[in-house]
Write a protein that binds this ligand. Structure first.
Ligand SMILES: Nc1ncnc2c1ncn2[C@@H]1O[C@H](COP(=O)(O)OP(=O)(O)OP(=O)(O)O)[C@@H](O)[C@H]1O
Ligand code: SF4
Ligand SMILES: [Mg+2]
Length: 329
């Protein structure tokens, strides 16, 4: 429980292990953070670091059913990790909406997109006619070109950007308190990407919807997010406001990522990979998971888990170095 009335979602020591052939793969390890009402919270990190696993674990939507989840997921001060499937069903879509990496996977190919959005509205006991009017309104809200016509289109008749708008529209129809957007724009070109983000941001401004935004793209983070969590190999290694992370990164991994962004194009930079490789997550070794790539690593880093250090009430990083790296010094 928390007494903070702004708090919407709080992950409390969340761990997700996948059962695999040779044991368990520790995809998410001891992740804790809070998203407040109306806040845009970005999770950044390279491919395979556990971003989607966190998103899916919150709503227990992991498709393979080979996961072991521990820790707690607090939503509106209730531990939804203890919910039954029936209880969670009421949270999904209605209170927490999710936009997936590939919208085509989530749309039914045999129904028009408008009728799929309408279905969500009909759950609120409105007439079919009023629900259809609302669909058109929503298509306009998400800036769908030619809304009336597009509501009658099938998914395959639409571009990637249009399908992503339908997905956002579907979520809007339910008016959730939290929208989880898992790389909603990676498949889109940059102009459409910018438009989709503008829509997501305007939803927050208009309806106070909190957004958990998962992305590879630091440029997007700088543009839309309030807070950021940087992930590495299943762990959150640094969290802070956008200003904390961009102006004063402390963790060696974050500072390397920042340095890898060309100075002039920082705002457009996609996450680049840095030298060395991510450790295999099935090897349960103690020590800092970044140690084999870190130029500051000591013997202690290889054998013990580094602590989370607080720079300020908004900013923390996980490292043995007390002050972290000083990029301005
Ligand atoms: N069902 C599963 N069983 C076993 N391992 C899995 C399963 N799902 C994901 N993984 C592994 O867990 C790790 C985290 O995967 P996840 O999809 O969460 O990463 P991600 O950060 O979302 O990556 P991307 O940016 O590529 O989407 C990866 O090593 C992945 O291979
Ligand atoms: S704990 Fe050690 S290895 Fe890990 S980031 Fe800090 S200095 Fe580098
Ligand atoms: Mg992913």
């Amino acid at each position: 429980m928390s007494n903070d009335k702004n708090e919407l979602l709080r992950l409390d020591h969340l761990c997700v292990d996948y059962k695999v052939k040779d044991g368990y793969l520790s995809a998410v390890k001891d992740v804790s953070f809070t998203i407040n009402k109306g806040e845009i919270f970005a999770i950044v990190g390279e491919s395979g670091c556990g971003k989607s696993t966190i998103a899916h674990a919150i709503l227990r939507l992991l498709p393979e059913h080979n996961e072991v989840i521990t820790g707690n997921v607090w939503f509106n001060n209730e531990n939804i990790n203890e919910y039954t499937e029936t209880q969670l069903e009421k949270v999904r879509g209605r209170q927490i909406g999710m936009i997936f990496q590939n919208p085509l996977d989530s749309l039914n190919p045999v129904y028009t997109t408008g009728s799929q959005v309408q279905e969500g509205i009909l759950l609120d006991n409105v007439s079919r006619e009023d629900a259809w009017k609302k669909v058109i309104e929503i298509y306009k809200d998400v800036k769908m070109p030619d809304a009336e016509k597009r509501a009658k289109s099938f998914p395959h008749e639409m571009s990637g950007g249009m399908r992503q708008r339908v997905m956002i529209g579907m979520m809007l129809a339910r008016n959730p308190q939290l929208l989880i957007a898992d790389e909603p724009t990676t498949a889109l070109d940059v102009t459409i990407e910018a438009q989709i983000l503008k829509i997501i941001k305007s939803l927050r401004d208009e309806f106070n919807t909190a957004v958990m935004m998962i992305t590879h793209n630091f440029g997007l983070v700088a543009e839309v997010a309030d807070k950021v969590a940087v992930m590495y190999a299943g762990e959150v290694v640094e969290t802070g406001t956008v200003f904390d992370i961009f102006d004063e990164p402390k963790h060696p991994y974050t500072t390397r990522l920042m340095a890898a962004l060309p100075r002039m194009t920082k705002a457009e930079g996609r996450l680049q990979t840095i030298d060395g490789s991510v450790p295999r997550l099935t090897e349960h070794k103690s020590g800092c998971r970044f140690a084999n790539r870190c130029t500051h690593a000591t013997e202690q880093c290889k054998t013990q888990d580094p602590p989370m250090r607080e720079v300020s009430p908004t900013h923390s990083f996980k490292c043995f170095m007390e002050q972290g790296v000083d990029i301005n010094g």
